[in-house]
Design a protein around this ligand. Structure first.
Ligand code: APR
Ligand code: PHB
Length: 406
């Protein structure tokens, strides 16, 4: 049996785990990151790619934004394409905030590089992670298989940053409250294609055939999504069928507006909302997708994960710096209002944009009325813009306390 010791054992090398390890290092706190997959796998995994202004600012402050500042695409608006007609939402004009398109795997590569340069202890291809959590203040143990050897890692705290299917959530005490959860009757088929983007800005298209989203990763690479049936298998979606459906749903005034290209990647995710509340159990702290999932309609998942670990790193800093445990005790309460704001907006946006499988005529008319409000009412457009750019979240770490504005 090998034995290791660290202050914080971090499970998962996604954006949450890697960024937490970086922020802790900047505060002189030691951590070990344990990742089930290989380095190559996590660096290539295609995920979302929309960063809010606040996320980019945080990455800049953490000296992690050099490449992002060179390569990310800054956006000042989006297009709602409603049954073939275009409506631009100029969110920068309405809020003063931009968003940034930068693939999550690019951020993961930047984080791994920064961590390696700092001599961090990142372990990939770690198997059988199991937590043995202390009841009180004593040290906890993470047991795992490292390089084929059974290893015990003794630590003060564990950060569960291992996503929705990870080991941390499975280790919650038997009496933990059940999570809040909602499943949606639809899934997203996502492709990465070597084709120029449909437009300079993101296009969110509602159409009687279903929702489509045209995003991008660069001026040469498109990221495109289609609402599909949750029972569909990726193999049922051959490239020709995908392009045909995209052409139909993204058409403007009946004209297809799309350049096709080789499909580089294809995947399917079922839409889901989920919040594990509270986000702390004794010495175990959950962050990112391990604690909450949002439907991808508003691209909040990565931004919430980044906020979680900033608040968590500050809490650990307070504890190790001055023995102040209040920020650790407050972690969950401090994060949950922002998380629920994002859950509500993502759920609302999912409901606004997707075609319902039951085709209920009344619900479809309600969707149309809601879309008309965003298009016709400056107040509704501004509120949508504020929520989309992440301004409305009460994230104390960004200096944005919840307040009633007169
Ligand atoms: N042991 C070790 N590592 C694990 C385990 C386990 N038992 N289970 C999962 N992991 C790893 C996964 O392989 C993954 O690399 O934990 C990591 C979790 O990373 P993400 O799923 O990217 O989650 P997170 O870091 O919270 O980032 C949230 O990811 O899902 C997207 O769109 C979401 O943008 C959001 C972001
Ligand atoms: C993406 O570019 O992957 C993306 C953008 C916006 C979303 C979801 C995904 O709402």
């Amino acid at each position: 049996m090998n034995r290791l010791r660290t202050q914080i054992a971090i499970i998962g090398a996604g954006p949450a785990g890697l960024l937490l390890s970086h922020l802790l290092h900047q505060q002189g706190i030691d951590s070990i990151v344990l990742e089930r997959r290989s380095k190559q796998y996590v660096e290539r995994r295609v995920r979302a790619g929309l960063l809010e202004h606040g996320t980019v600012e945080l990455l800049r402050r953490a000296s992690l934004a050099d490449r992002l500042d060179r390569e990310a695409l800054r956006h000042e608006g989006l297009e709602l394409r409603i049954d073939g007609s275009r409506h631009r939402l100029p969110f920068h004009e309405l809020t003063g905030r931009s968003t940034y398109v930068y693939g999550q795997q690019e951020l993961v590569k930047d984080l791994i590089k920064a961590r390696h340069e700092a001599g961090a202890d990142l372990r990939f291809e770690v198997d059988d992670v199991a937590l043995d959590m202390a009841e009180g203040d004593g040290p906890s143990t993470v047991r795992c298989t490292l390089d084929g050897h059974l290893t015990d890692i003794t630590c003060d705290f564990v950060a569960g940053c291992d996503g929705f299917h990870g080991a941390a959530r499975r280790s919650l005490p038997a009496g933990a409250k059940p999570a809040y959860e909602r499943r949606y009757p639809c899934a997203w088929l996502g492709i990465l294609a070597a084709a120029p983007p449909v437009a300079r800005e993101l296009v969110y298209a509602t159409h009687e055939r279903g929702f489509a989203l045209a995003s991008m990763r660069s001026p040469q690479i498109s990221r495109l999504y289609l609402q599909v049936d949750p029972g569909d298998a990726v193999q049922e979606w051959l490239d020709d069928r995908i392009w045909k459906e995209l052409r139909a749903r993204l058409a403007v005034d009946g004209e297809a507006e799309l350049t096709e290209g080789p499909v580089l990647e294809k995947s399917l995710v079922t839409l889901r909302s989920y919040v594990a509340e509270p986000m702390r159990h004794g010495s175990l702290f959950l962050a990112g997708d391990a604690a909450h999932i949002v439907p991808p309609t508003a691209a909040k998942g990565l931004n919430l994960a980044v906020e979680d670990v900033q608040v968590l790193s500050e809490a650990f800093h307070a504890w190790y710096g001055s023995g102040d445990r209040a920020p650790m005790d407050d972690y969950s309460d401090r994060r949950l209002p922002s998380i629920w704001e994002a859950e509500e907006f993502s759920d609302w946006m999912a409901d606004l944009l997707h075609r319902r499988p039951d085709d209920e005529a009344y619900a479809t008319r309600l969707q149309q009325a809601r879309l008309a409000a965003i298009v016709d009412s400056p107040a509704a457009a501004r509120q949508f813009a504020e929520r989309y750019v992440g301004m409305s979240r009460s994230f104390a770490g960004r200096g944005g306390n919840r307040s009633c504005q007169s």
